[in-house]
Design a protein around this ligand. Structure first.
Ligand code: TA6
Length: 281
């Protein structure tokens, strides 16, 4: 008798149609519904074959943001099978908590020799989703390693051209649409009306995105994640992405909290912690 594949999806259900769904492939949050309103974008072409990163939701980028000579772009965390360490549980506050873990394995060692342990704790509140990430270099490990880390969040929106993103004014950014040239943001709010792929550095802890789902605002708070990537492939690049619909680019905006400008150096027996809070306003 063949054993059924273990459940690949974990649902945090707070009631009132407020839920968060996590695919164990990459511990990718693939849905966050607040009073039955989906806040995240997942492409209709997204693949769930366990081979490719899921196109949408909140992929976890570790241990390397961007093209990586040692392995897959954006690292292996988003294409690894994570373990559910703590099943969804209601806290005294009424919020729902779940914890996911990824440890080094034969799969990860083919790219990166280091021992590590990633913990990913989600807390679903009434109109907020909290993320706490721990990166551990275990006791007994001989090696110091460095890594970059980012939450690659795809927010859903009716029309990206109407979104305004606060919190970038004065920040230096690397513009990947202009060969990685470095500029300074002069605008109080960033708006998107073309292919946009920018790594804003040392950004404030808070961003607000206007005109997301139902014309609401999304508040992003981030801790120990000093960089913010803003991405929309626009029409031309969207056509080049197989698991992204040609007509989908107006309905998403990636605003990604990360620590990607300089590698985080982690000696043995130490931990790096970072967190993010998303709030529907
Ligand atoms: O976060 C922006 C970015 O680095 C873009 O350059 C684009 O490559 C995007 O990530 C998606 O990357 P992926 O490997 O998921 O196709």
């Amino acid at each position: 008798m063949s054993m059924a594949a273990p459940t690949a999806v974990v649902v945090l259900d707070r009631g009132n149609n407020t839920t968060c769904t996590v695919n164990l492939h990459g511990a990718t949050v693939v849905s966050w519904r607040v009073n039955n309103q989906e806040q995240l974008f997942v492409s209709k072409q997204a693949l769930f074959d366990g081979k490719k990163a899921i196109r949408g939701g909140i992929p976890i980028v570790f241990p390397h943001f961007g093209p990586w000579p040692l392995g897959p772009q954006h690292g292996f965390a988003r294409t690894s099978r994570w373990h559910l360490e703590k099943a969804p549980e209601r806290l005294p506050s009424g919020d729902i908590e779940a914890i996911f873990v990824l440890m080094d394995s034969e799969y990860t060692h083919q790219f990166w020799k280091y021992s590590f342990r990633l913990t990913y704790r989600l807390i679903l509140r009434e109109k907020e989703l909290h993320f706490n990430i721990g990166v551990y270099n275990p006791l007994g490990s001989q090696d110091t390693f460095s890594f970059t880390l980012l939450l690659h969040t795809y927010f859903k929106c009716p029309d990206v051209r109407k979104c305004q993103i606060t919190g970038m004014h004065g920040c230096t950014f690397i513009d990947k649409t202009r060969d990685g040239a470095v500029y300074q943001e002069g605008r109080d709010v960033v708006m998107i009306n073309e292919w946009t792929d920018r790594i804003y550095q040392n950004t404030p802890q808070e961003h607000i995105i206007t005109n997301v789902v139902s014309g609401r605002k999304m508040r992003i708070q981030k801790f120990n994640l000093p960089d913010t990537v803003v991405w929309n492939p626009w029409e031309h690049k969207a056509k080049e992405i197989a698991d992204f619909g040609d007509e989908e680019f107006p309905n998403m905006i990636c605003v990604e909290a990360g620590n990607v400008s300089t590698g985080i150096i982690l000696p043995p027996n130490t931990v790096f912690e970072a967190s993010q809070i998303l709030q529907v306003m």
